[in-house]
Design a protein around this ligand. Structure first.
Ligand code: NAP
Length: 482
C-alpha cells in the first residue's frame, strides 16, 4: 500500500470519537488503478451505533454556548488550512483531480467551516407583535437534531464541510457516509475534527456499502434530517426512504447546465469561463456546462477558439506538475462519456476535437468538442459528467431560453452578454437556482448554492445554508397581566 500521506491517512472509521473497523475496502487511484489505501466495510449495525452516539452527543453539543461551538469550529478550520497540502495530495490520489484543483477545493471547503464558525452566534430568534394584550409571541431557533449526511466523490472534501460546518454550528450532530471511492478525504477531516477537540459523537464517519448504511440513516427515527449531495436518482430514493419518518431533506442533486454565448459577448472571457466550467474536475461537476449554445454571429469564431484551446490542454495524473485535466473517476464514467459521444455522432453531431480515449490509456479521455448537438441526443438530456463540450448554434434570445430550460434539472446556468437589458431578461428567465453572468465559476461559501426543479431542495452556503439545520419554535407566553 502506498503510504504517501501517513499523517492524515486513516484506515478505520470514526464513531463516537474512536477509530473502529477492519480495513477491507480498497481505495484506488483513478490515474493508475493502483491501491492507495483501505477502509472498513461497515453496515447497518455500525451505522445504528453511530446514530446512537450522535444522539447521545447531541444533548451536550446543543447545550454549549454558541461561542464555544464557534471556537471549536474555528480550530477545525485552522487545521484544515494548515494541512491544505496533505489534504490536497490525499484527494488527488483517491479522486484524480490536479493538485492545484485539489488545493483549491480544500481551501473552498475550509471556507464553509470558517463561515459556519462565524454564524454560530448569529442564529437569532424574534418577537412578533401579539394578537392578545396579555400574551407575547416569541420565536426561538433550535438545532434539528441528528443529521445523516451522504456525499459524492467529485468534491470529496467541500461537499462534507458544506454540510458539517453549518450543522455543527447550529448545534446538530452528524453521521456521514462519504462516497465509496473517496473515503480518505472524509476520514482525514474526522482526524482533524478530533484534533480540534470536537467532542466525541458529534461528527461520525461510516464507510461501507451504500444501501445498508443509507437504509439505516433514512429509516432510523433518531435521524431528523438527511442532507444529501449526489445524483437525482439516489436523491429521489433517499426521499422515498425517509418519507415514513418524515425527515427534513436537503438535496443537492444533478445538473444539466446551459452555457450561452451571445453575439455581444466578450469572446475571450467566454472562452475562459467555458474552459473552467466545462473541463474543471474533468467535467465531473454538478454545475458543469453540459450544453453550450453559441449565437450564429460568433459561432464559427468561438468554436475555432475553443478547439485551439482544447488542443493544448495538458492531460495526465493529477499528481504530475502542470497537468490541467486528470482521469475520469472509474471505468463506468469512461463508458458513459463514450456512449454519449457515440450517440451524438450517430444522430448527426460532428467531432471538432478529441472524441476518443486519451493516449495515456486507462481512465483518461480526450478533451472533446462536438458541433451540431440536439435535443434527441443523450447528452442533451443527461449530464455527461465528462470532458465533452457539445456546441449548439442558435439565432435569437427567446429560442435559446426555451432550449436552455428544456430539462428537468435546474441547478446552474451561465451566459455571456454585455447588453444590460438582455442580462436581466435572461438571468430572470433561466430556470435554475444559480446563474453565472459573464462568470464560469460560481462556487463560493459566501453564496447560496442549490437547485430548483429536479436539482434539489434547499441551499448550502451563505447565511441561508445554516437555516436548513434549524427548527423554528413558536412560544406563546400568555397570562402576562395576572
Ligand atoms: P451518487 O451515485 O448519487 O452517489 C452519491 C452518494 O450517494 C455516494 O456516497 C453514494 O455511495 C451514495 N449512495 C448511492 N446509492 C445509495 C443508496 N442506495 N443509499 C444511500 N446512499 C447511496 O452520485 P455520485 O456519482 O457520487 O456523484 C455525482 C452526482 O452528484 C452527479 O449527479 C452530480 O451532479 C451530483 N452532485 C451534485 C452537487 C450539488 O451540489 N447539486 C454537487 C456535487 C455532485 P457510494 O459511493 O458508496 O455508491
Amino acid at each position: 500500500m502506498d503510504q504517501k500521506v501517513p499523517d492524515l491517512q486513516k484506515d478505520q472509521c470514526y464513531i463516537d470519537g474512536t477509530w473502529v473497523g477492519t480495513p477491507s475496502r480498497a481505495v484506488v487511484d483513478p490515474a493508475t488503478g493502483e491501491q492507495v489505501g483501505e477502509v472498513p466495510n461497515l453496515g447497518a449495525d455500525e451505522t445504528r451505533a453511530a446514530i446512537a452516539a450522535a444522539e447521545t452527543a447531541l444533548k451536550g453539543w446543543r447545550a454549549l454556548l454558541a461561542s464555544e461551538r464557534a471556537a471549536l469550529l474555528h480550530r477545525w478550520y485552522a487545521l484544515q488550512t494548515e494541512h491544505v497540502d496533505e489534504l490536497a495530495r490525499l484527494m488527488t490520489l483517491e479522486q484524480g483531480k490536479p493538485l492545484d484543483e485539489a488545493r483549491g477545493e480544500v481551501l473552498y471547503g475550509a471556507g464553509f467551516t470558517r463561515l459556519a464558525a462565524e454564524q454560530a452566534g448569529k442564529i437569532l430568534g424574534e418577537t412578533i407583535p401579539t394578537h392578545k394584550a396579555d400574551a407575547r409571541i416569541v420565536v426561538i431557533k433550535q438545532p434539528i437534531g441528528v443529521v445523516g449526511a451522504i456525499t459524492p466523490w467529485n468534491f470529496p472534501n467541500a461537499m462534507i464541510t458544506r454540510k458539517a460546518g453549518p450543522a455543527l454550528a447550529a448545534g446538530c450532530t452528524m453521521v456521514l457516509k462519504p462516497a465509496g471511492v473517496t473515503p480518505l478525504s472524509a476520514l482525514a477531516l474526522a482526524e482533524l475534527a478530533d484534533r480540534a477537540g470536537i467532542p466525541k459523537g458529534v461528527f461520525n464517519v461510516v464507510t461501507g456499502d451504500a444501501a445498508p448504511i443509507g437504509g439505516e440513516l433514512t429509516g432510523n427515527p433518531s435521524v431528523r434530517m438527511i442532507s444529501f449531495t449526489g445524483s437525482t436518482q439516489v436523491g429521489k430514493l433517499l426521499a422515498r426512504q425517509s418519507a415514513d419518518t418524515v425527515k427534513r431533506m436537503a438535496l443537492e442533486l444533478g445538473g444539466n447546465a446551459p452555457f450561452i454565448v451571445f453575439d455581444d459577448a466578450d469572446l475571450d472571457a467566454a472562452l475562459d469561463g467555458l474552459m473552467a466550467s466545462k473541463f474543471r474536475n474533468t467535467g465531473q461537476t454538478c454545475v458543469c456546462a453540459n450544453r453550450i449554445f453559441v449565437q450564429s454571429g460568433v459561432f464559427d469564431r468561438f468554436s475555432e477558439m475553443l478547439v485551439e484551446r482544447v488542443a493544448t490542454m495538458p492531460v495526465g495524473p493529477g499528481i504530475e506538475e502542470g497537468v490541467a485535466m486528470g482521469p475520469l473517476i472509474n471505468d463506468a464514467a469512461v463508458e458513459k462519456v463514450e456512449t454519449h459521444v457515440r450517440d451524438a455522432v450517430e444522430k448527426g453531431a460532428r467531432v471538432l476535437a478529441g472524441g476518443e480515449r486519451h493516449e495515456r490509456g486507462g481512465r483518461f479521455y480526450q478533451p472533446t468538442v462536438l458541433t451540431g448537438a440536439g435535443p434527441e441526443m443523450l447528452l442533451w438530456n443527461d449530464e455527461t459528467f465528462g470532458p465533452v463540450a457539445p456546441l449548439i448554434k442558435f439565432e435569437d434570445e427567446a429560442e435559446v431560453i426555451d432550449m436552455a430550460n428544456d430539462t428537468e434539472s435546474g441547478l446552474a446556468a451561465y451566459f455571456y452578454a454585455r447588453d444590460l437589458g438582455r442580462v436581466w431578461r435572461v438571468a430572470e428567465a433561466l430556470e435554475t437556482g444559480i446563474v453565472g453572468v459573464n462568470e464560469g465559476i460560481i462556487s463560493t461559501p459566501n453564496a447560496p448554492f442549490g437547485g430548483i426543479k429536479e436539482s434539489g431542495l434547499g441551499r448550502e452556503g451563505s447565511h441561508h445554508g445554516i437555516e436548513e439545520y434549524i427548527e423554528m419554535k413558536y412560544i406563546l407566553m400568555g397570562g402576562l397581566d395576572g
